[in-house]
Design a protein around this ligand. Structure first.
Ligand code: GLY
Ligand code: MN
Ligand code: MN
Length: 459
């Protein structure tokens, strides 16, 4: 339901023409317009509102504390971006079931023209200056707020219905989860850049190279090869640092015999890739590294094999955890049958995160539980979502095995798991680090496609 007034505003801002203008959609502008219409229609149908109105806000520039007018890089709230394809602050997309969508864009200011190169002509159609009047005409109606908090200038006019907002967010998440062709094309662009960057970084790995050097070369290559941003803070951890799940690279130099874990991704027009590989610094895994790397790889293959429409994400996690338990028992670190080791939490000591997450519009896309499960306890600690997979979803599948001193040095855990863990072996391996392998998996009508399969698991 798109009113004529707003239809012309469907055209996304054709920038990085100027700094806070939006994002370039030069390559897909006709299909993005079609998708914006489809997305808005799908969301309106899912909401099925009678009388309530909805405000979806882009968000504001965020100041860097104490640094005068310096701000963080602006990213519009994903809910606003999904429905406008505009990466510009202050905007509000409004919906009234009786009148359709209205896209209120911030007026261009003299400062925008001076500092950011904004065009002389302001945006066509309604601006955020018109929003107050639009709201005044709808007084006494319930208001749901999605995206970022509404602009502070509206505070007096807007009291959000929190419960309604939460319900509508569940509906919007359901619409957002399956990626449409425009989203998938952007993800594949991000993936190609990321794959190229992995090839460069992997080729540079040798003793004496620093984590930071790998980060710099990875990011430069991703940006050269089509990424327009880095999707999240690049993780490069060598030796013991590879056991830190989100390690920030340092000037530590890679040592002979160590592992180095790279978890990184480029982004394109808001869409992310998220890949992890763990490489031996010397080009060859030693026998124990080989065994544990094979355990993680087997867990990943078992989990990916499960990825198909209707598969429960908790079962994808469970099969990976059971494969890890089996592998660690074969190694001698764990004792017992895999299912008991998973249920007791013994496997978690070495694999303390969920199997993955939705990836797409940002590195963490619209995850969460099914609406009817929202008050249930999580089936596994740190599991980011609890729902069945559907065609069009893209998930990361990223099992890992780590030797984390903060977990494994805990006396209470050592006591609780005294029969299930060989603690002498653990002590020997405390400096080993960790191994993670992560790919991005598109759920198809009859199974899955690993969209990151062009990045070799080892070099
Ligand atoms: N890139 C962090 C993660 O894999 O979730
Ligand atoms: Mn990752
Ligand atoms: Mn990930």
């Amino acid at each position: 339901m798109i009113s004529t007034w707003c239809a012309h505003r469907l055209r996304p801002a054709s920038a990085r023409e100027w700094k806070h203008g939006g994002v370039s959609t030069a390559t897909d502008s006709s299909t993005i317009e079609q998708q914006l219409i489809r997305r808005r229609e799908a969301v309106a149908a899912a909401w099925d509102l009678d009388d309530a109105i909805v405000l979806i806000s882009a968000g504001e520039l965020i100041s860097r504390p104490g640094r005068a007018d310096a701000t963080y890089r602006f990213e519009a709230h994903t809910e606003y971006y999904y429905l406008t394809d505009r990466n510009r602050p202050h905007g509000v997309l409004a919906f009234d079931p009786a009148a359709g969508w209205v896209d209120f864009v911030a007026p261009v200011t003299a400062d925008d023209r001076l500092w950011s190169g904004a065009p002389a002509a302001g945006p066509e159609g309604p601006t955020t200056d018109d929003l107050e009047a639009w709201l005044r005409q709808r007084r006494a109606r319930a208001i749901a707020g999605l995206g970022a908090p509404p602009p502070a200038t509206l505070a007096a006019d807007v009291t959000l219905d929190r419960q309604l907002s939460e319900e509508l967010r569940f509906d919007l998440d359901v619409v957002r989860r399956p990626k449409d062709p425009v989203e998938l094309e952007r993800m594949r662009t991000a993936e190609r850049a990321t794959g190229a960057a992995f090839a460069v970084a992997a080729g540079l790995i040798e003793a004496g190279v620093s984590e930071r050097q790998l980060q710099v070369e990875f990011e430069a290559e991703a940006l050269r090869r089509g990424a327009d941003a880095i999707a999240f803070e690049t993780i490069v951890g060598s030796g013991p640092n590879s056991a830190v799940l989100h390690f920030a690279p340092t000037d530590r130099r890679l040592g002979t015999g160590e592992l180095v874990l790279i978890d990184a991704g480029g982004e394109y027009l808001g869409y992310a890739s998220d890949i992890t590989r763990t490489y031996p610094v010397d080009g060859r895994l030693d026998p124990e590294q080989r065994e544990l790397h094979a355990v993680v790889h087997a867990a990943q293959r078992a989990a990916i094999d499960r990825c198909a429409p209707g598969a429960e994400w908790r079962d994808v996690h469970r099969v990976a955890a059971a494969t890890i338990a089996e592998g660690l028992a074969a190694h001698g670190l764990l004792r017992g049958d895999p299912e008991t080791l998973v249920e007791s939490g013994a496997t978690w000591l070495f694999s303390p995160h969920g199997i993955g997450h939705l990836v797409g519009l940002g590195v963490r896309d619209a995850a969460g539980p099914l609406r009817q499960r929202r008050h249930d306890p999580k089936p596994f600690p740190n599991l980011r979502m609890d729902l069945p997979l559907e065609p069009g979803m893209v998930v990361t599948v990223e099992p890992g095995v780590y030797f984390v001193a903060a977990i494994l040095g805990d006396p209470e855990r050592r006591h609780r798991f005294r029969d299930q863990v060989d603690w002498q072996q653990v002590d020997r391996l405390l400096g080993f680090g960790g191994i993670r392998i992560e790919d991005n998996v598109l759920i198809t009508a009859d199974g899955h496609e690993v969209i990151t399969a062009d990045v070799p698991v080892l070099r």
